[in-house]
Ligand binder design. Structure first.
Ligand SMILES: [Ca+2]
Length: 105
């Protein structure tokens, strides 16, 4: 069995962390509000969690917003382009013909 000295293991760990951090460097631009039509997107109770993904696989990135209120997930389909998204209303994620939700604790 090969034993790795603790100091070597520590250096490997630090190297892995540095590589991971370098790979995940994200540069943020100026904050801007995202609109649904002419109104800024907001949820009824705070703790909104946005996620960008091509939900309907039409080649344009959509906006998903998890909301604390009732544990629902809003789906805003992008009517514009990725560089200039346009959202015109949302629907809640459905499961079994009903709005899906996760328990809020
Ligand atoms: Ca899409």
């Amino acid at each position: 069995m090969t034993r790795i000295p603790a100091i070597a293991l520590s250096l490997l760990w630090l190297g892995a962390l540095a590589a991971e951090e370098a790979a995940q460097t994200i540069r943020l631009g100026r904050a801007t509000k995202v609109h649904d039509g002419k109104e800024p997107i907001d949820v009824s109770i705070g703790h909104a969690t946005p996620y960008v993904i091509d939900w309907n696989r039409d080649g344009k990135k959509d906006l998903l917003v998890g909301q604390f209120d009732e544990g629902k997930l809003r789906i805003y389909l992008n009517q514009g382009r990725d560089g200039a998204p346009e959202f015109k209303g949302f629907s809640y994620m459905q499961a079994g013909g009903k709005d899906a939700s996760v328990p809020v604790t």
